[in-house]
Every structure is written in C-alpha cells, then in structure tokens.
Design a protein around this ligand. Structure first.
Ligand code: SME
Length: 159
C-alpha cells in the first residue's frame, strides 16, 4: 500500500480518475472497515479540500459517526432524518446544491452550504453512508456522484 498520496491536480474529473486507483490500492489489502474508511476520508478530503468528509455507519437502526476529516459532527442520525438518513432510507445518492433548501437538513456546521451523501452497500443492504460537505454552494454534481459511487463500491467489494 502507498503510504503517501501522490499529488493530484487538474479538473475534478481528472482528480477523481487519478485518485480512484490510489484508493483501490489502499483498501485492497485491508480487511478492517474503520481503517479503510479512515484513509478514504483522508484521501478525498486532502485531494479536494472539502469542508467535511466522513462516514456514518448503520448500527442498531441508526447512523453512527465513523471516521471523518473536518470539524466536530453530530454522532447519531435516525433513518429518514437529514440528508444522511434520507440517503439511507431511499438507498440512493443525494446531491444537495443548497443545504438551506433541503427540508430537514441537519446542520452539524453552520459553514456547510452544499452536500452529497452516497450509500455504501454490502449484500444489497446499506451499511454506511459517505457524507461530504462543502463550504460553497453547488459544489457537487453528477461527476461527483459517478466517482463517489465507485469509491463506495471499493469499500464493500462483495455485492
Ligand atoms: N448534514 C448531514 C448531517 C451530518 S453532517 O453534515 C457531518 C445531514 O443532514 O444528514
């Protein structure tokens, strides 16, 4: 496994394209989910300079805070609540261009302006969500969704 992230520059698409194989190499030899999520959060956060990048894991019918980079965050989210709980319930990625326009958005940080939440599946069940917040409006689009769904798939290869 590489112990250092290669410097990644270019367009968003080019950066995701360069980052994905590095993420694959970091997760392929590791079996511990927390360790994998910790490095994935770090790599995404460092490459794109997001405001908050991390995971919530499904535990006892709630989402519980997992590995992340960025400021303090709420620790538990119920199914159907906020962007994370909605992505879990609907089992699909949710792109939020403006968090103030998303009914029920949970504001862990008042600086967060836009967000994307991508479910992580194992055996067709949502076992976690990847949540990324930006301090700018309209940060995330179909390109982020496309690549971040590939990142989520790398975390749980047995599908
Ligand atoms: N905004 C999220 C809560 C988690 S924080 O952004 C880290 C939501 O509405 O589910």
């Amino acid at each position: 496994m590489a112990e250092q992230l290669d410097i990644i520059e270019g367009t968003k698409e080019e950066r995701y394209e360069a980052l994905l194989p590095q993420i694959a190499s970091v997760v392929e030899d590791e079996t511990d989910t927390i360790a994998k999520m910790a490095n994935v959060a770090a790599m995404l956060h460092e490459t794109f300079g997001f405001w908050w990048t991390g995971f919530y894991r499904v535990k006892n019918e709630q989402l519980v805070l997992g590995p992340f980079q960025g400021p303090l965050a709420c620790t538990r989210i119920k199914k159907g609540k906020g962007v994370c709980g909605t992505a879990w319930q609907e089992e699909k990625t949710i792109v939020v261009p403006d968090v103030d326009a998303f009914p029920g958005h949970i504001a862990c940080s008042s600086a967060s302006r836009s967000e994307i939440v991508v479910p992580v599946f194992e055996n067709n069940q949502v076992v976690a969500v990847l949540d990324i917040d930006s301090a700018q409006l309209n940060t995330f689009d179909a390109t982020d969704q496309f690549w971040l769904e590939k990142v989520a798939a790398l975390l749980c290869p047995k599908q």
